[in-house]
Design a protein around this ligand. Structure first.
Ligand code: BGC
Length: 745
């Protein structure tokens, strides 16, 4: 008996068990083989089931084959708390708090690709720990107008800077076996009428300004998913858009990942089938009102698609392509057995947030070297303003978070100065005392019954007796501010803050204004205030990062990723009157409204550079330090290059101050004469260098033909025309340190 058993056991072992294992289950087989194998085992119904949502944030797997569901999460600054199956409301879990990282405008302001990788790695680990497969971010829509309510989620106005900064973020996230979903592809540059705006622009602006960061995300970052936008282009919604999804993304760029619709962005089954959408999400906000056993079956790419196939009206070629892409996504994420474990709320993630914040904070102005605060002499610091205490991680739309902790600016300052100085607080004005989003509540009681005049008088009193006054205001995450779903109504600071700032400037000469926002704001008091700091939305470590810069533990090294215009009229889209489109079109019973980008390629500093009569309040690329830098005379390794050669520019930069600091050296290229109009100059390289006091380093930039090219719509190609060029070495778009002429043969 025993012997028989052994023999039987042996014979089982001897069976070629592994050889029989389906290819799709074999981790070591190439992904494409696994995809094909899984595809051929699936029924038509199973294929349909995996290309649309089964809940607010998940899509079905194939239970029969052991293929798991896919779980998505916002993004892009932290991992969103769990919501109910069919609703945006909280599921009331107690283990879904996260670390909030600085908003992406701040990341872009670091001009440091290492910070971007650190960001991606850290947030990717949080997503992984929370068992998410797709992180809905980062966003790289170009900053076209300072009124766009979602600018804080994006990486600024320059396609080169955004391209460089998006790639390491993607790598950092995807190394965790979590896909990024780069959004919102494309031309989603305003929130006003976001579902009905039909963007009209020329191909040059499309290729030179609005697409490069997405292209870099696909070709260099190798993002596994892309989120298509709500708006329209060429009168087709972007979630099923022949031109942008099929022709450019999947055709020209060879994207092999999955296109995920923005939530509720899908409108038409036939277009969804043929125009490049792979995964449909959020079509019915309340998924249970449609009368089927499962309302998700009524999604445009669910039963309606199935019926079209069954009736023979459409074939299965497009379906198989979508299924392949979704399976590929699964093998890269949910079925990836080699992914790390991830981690949540680790001290490392907090530190990462703090470092990114410190490097992204921009010192806009520092007359009389008011900053850093001198703790040897300062005994009393007045901290004024609602944003010194208000939680900023709750609100703002889909990027809203439930945080493990959020250090307010006031607490950050108090923690840092300890017993060395007293930090006295006065509110100064009342902005928005509420704080809740989809069931997450800040829990703060910011109610206030005193009048504005009383609050102002109190603030001025407190300011008078202080050694320093730190006003912390700006925008917040309420509707019509830095918030999804609507745009700002104007460029001004809200809640009468201008008046408070002017009064404080009269009360105390050591005034520092910290502007918390993801957007430019008007600063009519700029000449009255010695020091101005751009503080962004800094996440969990807001207070510690800010305090560290204010007292000089960290020497500021952030540079603006977008222009601060003096007034709205200094922005192309506003000067030309083409923002936000003509709303009477909707009133005239059209379903959509044309938003015409008449300013073309002249966005941000490209527009500002052309203006003779106005100059920006603060230029793109601007940011000061507590030390000073001296640039040498830039030079090139040749005077003439041919199209297949590279050219290298060198410049020395010396730290002439007494503390260590970092400088972002920027290289712009200027085409002196061309057959089509070109911007005065365009950013084509940058480097952040760290210098000890007295240290000098040589910074080198090597560029090739692509940095000299423009997109020629007639030829449908990038063209570098022979002629004269200049390399412009600069510390910002308006602070030019040297120019090197060269010729392209
Ligand atoms: C936003 C997306 C977000 C999605 C899911 C949409 O309203 O536009 O950015 O990822 O909701 O929350």
């Amino acid at each position: 008996m025993k012997i028989k058993q052994i023999v039987f056991g042996l014979s089982l072992l001897a069976l070629p068990v592994f050889a029989q294992q389906p290819v799709y289950l074999n981790d070591s087989a190439p992904i494409e083989d696994r995809v094909e194998d899984a595809l051929k085992r699936m029924t038509l119904e199973e294929k349909i089931a995996i290309i649309h949502a089964q809940s607010k944030f998940s899509s079905a797997g194939v239970p029969r084959l052991g293929i798991p569901e896919l779980w998505m999460t916002d993004g892009p600054h932290g991992i969103r708390p769990e919501v109910l199956w069919d609703e945006w409301e909280q599921a009331a879990w107690t283990n879904d708090s996260c670390i909030a990282f600085p908003a992406l405008t701040c990341l872009a302001a670091t001009w440091n690709e290492d910070m971007s990788y650190l960001y991606g790695k850290s947030i990717g680990e949080e997503a992984r720990y929370r068992e998410k497969d797709v992180l809905l971010g980062p966003g790289v829509n170009i900053y076209r107008t300072p009124l766009n309510g979602r600018n804080f989620e994006y990486m600024g106005e320059d396609p080169y800077l955004a391209s460089k900064m998006v790639v390491p973020y993607i790598k950092g996230v995807q190394e965790n076996g979590v896909a990024t979903c780069v959004k919102h592809y494309a031309l989603n540059n305003q929130e006003f009428n976001r579902h009905t705006s039909n963007v009209i622009l020329d191909d040059r602006a499309l290729y030179e300004i609005y697409l490069p960061a997405f292209k870099a995300a696909v070709q260099e970052g190798k993002t596994w998913t892309i989120m298509s936008a709500y708006n329209l282009y060429k009168n087709q919604h972007l979630c099923h858009n022949q031109y942008l999804l099929n022709d450019i993304l999947k055709g020209e760029w060879g994207f092999d990942g999955a296109v995920v619709s923005d939530w509720g962005g899908t409108h038409d089954t036939m277009q969804a089938i043929y125009n490049g959408l792979d995964l449909e999400f959020g079509t019915w906000t309340d998924g249970l009102t449609m009368g089927a056993t499962n309302a998700y079956d009524n999604y445009l790419m669910a039963n309606p698609y199935l019926e079209l196939i069954k009736s023979g009206k459409v074939g299965t070629k497009e379906l198989d392509d979508k299924v392949r892409r979704v399976l590929r996504l699964g093998f890269r994420t949910s079925m990836n057995k080699n992914k790390p474990l991830g981690s949540l709320n680790s001290p490392e993630h907090g530190l990462a947030g703090k470092r990114i914040g410190e490097e992204g904070i921009v010192l806009l102005q520092n007359k009389n070297n008011v900053l850093p605060i001198n703790l040897n002499t300062a005994k009393r610091i007045a901290v004024i303003g609602e944003n010194a205490v208000k939680m900023m991680t709750v609100g703002g739309g889909s990027s809203s978070l439930k945080v493990k902790y959020e250090i307010s600016p006031l607490d950050g300052i108090r923690n840092r100065v300890g017993s060395q100085a007293e930090a006295v607080y006065a509110r100064g004005y009342v902005g928005d005392p509420t704080g809740s989003y989809n069931g997450v509540v800040s829990g703060q009681d910011l109610s206030e019954t005193r009048s504005f005049d009383v609050l102002l008088a109190e603030a001025v009193e407190v300011a008078k007796s202080a050694d320093y006054v730190i006003f912390i205001g700006g925008l917040n995450k309420s509707n019509h501010q830095d918030c999804e779903g609507a745009d700002r109504n104007h460029l001004e600071l809200p809640y009468n803050q201008n008046k408070v700032i002017s009064q404080l400037a009269k009360a105390n000469k050591n005034l520092v204004v910290v502007n918390i926002s993801g957007n430019a704001v008007a600063m009519p008091w700029v000449n009255e205030v010695p020091a101005i700091v751009q503080g962004w939305f800094l996440g969990s470590e807001t207070g510690s990062a800010l305090a560290s810069v204010l007292v000089g533990d960290a020497n500021p090294s952030g540079k603006l990723p977008f222009t601060f215009p003096m007034k709205l009229d200094d922005v192309g889209a506003h000067k030309l009157g083409v923002y936000p489109g003509d709303p009477t079109q909707l009133a005239n019973k059209r379903d959509t409204i044309d938003v015409i980008y008449n300013e073309g390629i002249f966005v941000g500093y490209r527009w500002a550079d052309m203006q003779k009569k106005s100059k920006p309040l603060f230029a793109f690329g601007h940011g000061l330090s507590y030390t000073t830098f001296e640039y040498g005379k830039p030079s090139a390794n040749k005077k003439v290059i041919s199209a297949d050669e590279t050219i290298t520019f060198n410049v020395t930069v010396k730290n002439t101050g007494s503390i260590e600091g970092q400088e972002v050296v920027q290289l712009y290229i200027s085409d002196k004469k061309s057959s089509l109009p070109r911007p005065v100059k365009e950013l084509k390289a940058f480097k952040k260098v760290k210098l000890a006091p007295g240290e000098e380093k040589q910074v080198s930039f090597t560029i090739a033909k692509d940095a000299l090219s423009f997109y020629d719509p007639a030829q449908k190609a990038w063209v570098a025309e022979p002629g004269k060029f200049e390399a412009v070495v600069a510390a910002s778009a308006t602070d030019i340190k040297g120019v090197v002429p060269f010729d392209l043969k």
